[in-house]
Design a protein around this ligand. Sequence first.
Ligand SMILES: [Zn+2]
Length: 111
Amino acid sequence: MQERDQRKRKAVEYLGSKCADCGYQTEFLTVYDFHHKEERTGKKEISYLITANVGWEKLQRELDKCILLCANCHRIRHELEHKNIPYSGLSCVSGEGNMGEQSPATGASLP
Ligand SMILES: [Zn+2]
């Protein structure tokens, strides 16, 4: 196994080894992405830090600002960010294709 893969595995394990949104777990590390919880604060690409030869503790500090997502959920998050829709618990395995249950009018029912 390449050193880079080992570092990613360690990072994935650090964040719980499963997708924070849908709970998806797999041994295939390529499925996992690191998503910054706060988009604008000191954003550094985790994938860059994993590839670059930074110390684990520095990497860990960035990981503390991130959640682990599978590729599907990561795309959904970015789609929502792109459209300025607040994340409200959508996930890629919310039932068996009952996407229609969640209204696209996000927040409409909130007081
Ligand atoms: Zn997911």
